[in-house]
Structure formats: structure tokens, C-alpha cells
Design a protein around this ligand. Structure first.
Ligand SMILES: Nc1nc2c(ncn2[C@@H]2O[C@H](COP(=O)(O)OP(=O)(O)OP(=O)(O)O)[C@@H](O)[C@H]2O)c(=O)[nH]1
Ligand SMILES: [Mg+2]
Length: 330
């Protein structure tokens, strides 16, 4: 069927049914900059809003830490448990490391040929901000179709903040011997992640030492009850060691989030943060203030619970532009 013949609500229904072709078309649609397609994209995203059954998990870590290799192993492990997997690789710079683009290692992996695993890469954008918006929308599409959605990004410190806005769980993949405690602290690595995975445990001794440093840092820095501190696991993505324990830790984190209500809180805070940063990117802090600032934003979001983040961004943007045009008329 040609794209033109398919309405956005038909497309949404097919995405929800897990149709891979529909998922690919939906991802193209939300990544389409042409304004004629934008209206369709918003109908699609509104139709998918709140429907996503998929848990969203961010995987971040230095270039070459083994994120893509780990994704391949995780996808294989999750498929063995009967779950479908969607993967989004977000590469702001399209940089090459170790001869492979972000996600390329995954593409060569065993799980990439499995029909229950879907992979998409977002690379080489004009600006980081636009990338974050497309990534947020892409995650919504994938989460409507698959049981578990992973987002792979390179990041040390600050850049994780924006990934954290559209995932439920953040995993930091540590390179063994990547640094000592002081370096982890300086990079802000200890603050965000929900789960730490020290990879390449097959390299004798190095992974154990890094895991010890990370645990020591978490003991110092994160004041919670020791039982609530993020787990520090280690294993070998290459050899498939420690993968089951990592999947169990992710499930345990999700179960805990459901129990405590943290799941809803984080989803709502993430949605609000995505909307706010998109508006600031478009109109600046001043523009957001003219819209009534954060309180007006929160009120608008609360009044439109069924709208997608993108729908809210466009609606508020239109309001801003209309108000501005009216005021600047002579
Ligand atoms: N020894 C060892 N090597 C590994 C392991 N996991 C990954 N590697 C290797 O580490 C290199 C980088 O792996 P990738 O999975 O591409 O790492 P990445 O974090 O996705 O890298 P970027 O996407 O470029 O940031 C490759 O040569 C992998 O084969 C492991 O558990 N043990
Ligand atoms: Mg990679």
C-alpha cells in the first residue's frame, strides 16, 4: 500500500499491532520535516499517546564501551523470554569509533535477523535539539509496537539528561578501567543511572576494579537506603556473560517503579521536560516566559492529558506565534 493511501489512524492501529512495515513508515513520518506531513505525524502521535506498553530503557556510555554489543545480547536474552524488542540508536555527531557507527555493531549481531527485534538509527542531524525531538517521538512509536524499547546514546555526564527525559530506566555501560572514582564523580556519571553494567569482564581484573570504584562512589554520593542504591553489575556482552542478571535487574527496577509510583512520576516529569526544552529551543527562555512560563505549561499539559508531547509543543508554539503576530501588528 502506498503511504498516501494510509490514514495516520490506520497507521497507528498497525503500529500497535506490531506490524514492522507500519513501524518503519511511522518512524519516517515523525522524522519528516515537511509541514504537510507534520499534521499527519501529530495525528499519529496523539493516537499512540498513552498506548505504549513498551518499557523504555536508555543505554549510555563512552564510545566503544560495548553498548551495541550489549544490546545485541540483551535482545537475544529478551527474545528467549518471549519479549519483542525495539532499538533506537541516537548519534548526535555520526562520529566513528572503532570503525563502526553507533549501532552498527548491533546490526551485525545475531538478534538483528530476528523478526521480533526492530532496529532504527538516527544520525547526523543539523542540531542536537531537533534530534532530541525526533528521538522522543520515535521512542513513542517503538513503545507502541514492542515490549521493550532501548535507546543507545553516547554520553558522559550532561548529555544523559535529555535521554533521561524519555526513558524509564537509564543504564550506564562502563568501560573497564575507564577511570577512578574521582573521574566518575567529575563526569557526573554517578548521578543519573538506575543500573550500572561494567562490561568486558573477560578482561581479567579490570572490570572488578571498576565495579568496586563505582560502588564506593555510590555509597558516598547517593544517600538512599543501601538497598535502594542502583545495582552495579558486570559481565561480558561479547561472551553473553551477566546478561540474564542484567535483564533481571531491569525487571526489578520496573517492578519497583510500579510499586512506588515512580513510574508515573518519571513519565510525567519526562514529558514535561521534553515539551519545555522543545519550546525553549524554538522560542528561547524569553518566549517560554511570554507563554506564561512553567506554570502555564504545566496547566496546559494537565488540561490535555490525551495529547502527545509533540501535539502540545505545536499547540503552544502556534499560540505563541499567534500572540506575537497580534502584538507586533502596527
Ligand atoms: N573483550 C570484550 N570486548 C567487547 C565486549 N563487548 C564489546 N566489545 C568490543 O568493544 C568494541 C566496541 O563495541 P561496541 O558494541 O561497538 O561499543 P559501543 O559502546 O556501541 O560503541 P559506539 O557505538 O561506537 O559508542 C568492539 O570491538 C566490541 O567487539 C566484551 O564484553 N568484551
Ligand atoms: Mg554502538
Amino acid at each position: 500500500m502506498s503511504e498516501g493511501a494510509e490514514s495516520p489512524s490506520e497507521l497507528a492501529a498497525r503500529v500497535k499491532a506490531g506490524d514492522r512495515g507500519a513501524v518503519a513508515r511511522a518512524l519516517n513520518l515523525v522524522d519528516d520535516r515537511r509541514s504537510a506531513r507534520r499534521a499527519d505525524a501529530l495525528v499519529l502521535l496523539d493516537a499512540l499517546e498513552g498506548q505504549g506498553r513498551g518499557r523504555r530503557i536508555g543505554l549510555t556510555g563512552a564510545p566503544g564501551a560495548g553498548k551495541s554489543t550489549l544490546l545485541d545480547a540483551l535482545a537475544t536474552g529478551l527474545r528467549a523470554r518471549g519479549r519483542t524488542v525495539g532499538i533506537l540508536a541516537v548519534d548526535p555527531s555520526s562520529r566513528k569509533s572503532g570503525g563502526a557507527l553507533l549501532g552498527d555493531r548491533f546490526r551485525m549481531g545475531a538478534s538483528a535477523r530476528d523478526a521480533g527485534v526492530f532496529f532504527r538509527s538516527l544520525a547526523a542531524r543539523d542540531q542536537l535539539g531537533g534530534l532530541a525531538e525526533v528521538a522522543g517521538a520515535s521512542v513513542e512509536v517503538l513503545a507502541a509496537a514492542f515490549d521493550v524499547v532501548f535507546v543507545e546514546t553516547v554520553g558522559v555526564g550532561q548529555s544523559e539528561a535529555s535521554v533521561a527525559d524519555f526513558v524509564d530506566t537509564l543504564v550506564f555501560v562502563a568501560q573497564p578501567a575507564a577511570g577512578d572514582l574521582l573521574q566518575f564523580m567529575k563526569a557526573g556519571i554517578l548521578e543519573w543511572p538506575d543500573v550500572f553494567f561494567v562490561n568486558k569482564s573477560d578482561l581479567e581484573g579490570l572490570a572488578t576494579r571498576t565495579a568496586t570504584e563505582l560502588r564506593a562512589g555510590l555509597d558516598l554520593g547517593r544517600g538512599e537506603d543501601p538497598a535502594d542504591r542502583p545495582p552495579v553489575l558486570s559481565g561480558s556482552a561479547r561472551d553473553g556473560v551477566g546478561i540474564d542478571a542484567l535483564i533481571d535487574a531491569l525487571d526489578a527496577h520496573h517492578a519497583k517503579q510500579d510499586r512506588t509510583g515512580e513510574f508515573r512520576r518519571r513519565r510525567e516529569a519526562g514529558r514535561l521536560a521534553r515539551i519545555e526544552s522543545a519550546l525553549v529551543r524554538r522560542y528561547g527562555r524569553f518566549g517560554l516566559a511570554r507563554l506564561g512560563g512553567r506554570p502555564a505549561l504545566e496547566a496546559f499539559v494537565a488540561a490535555h492529558p490525551a495529547r502527545s508531547a509533540e501535539g502540545v509543543i505545536d499547540a503552544l508554539g502556534a499560540r505563541f506565534e499567534a500572540g506575537f503576530a497580534a502584538k507586533s501588528e502596527p
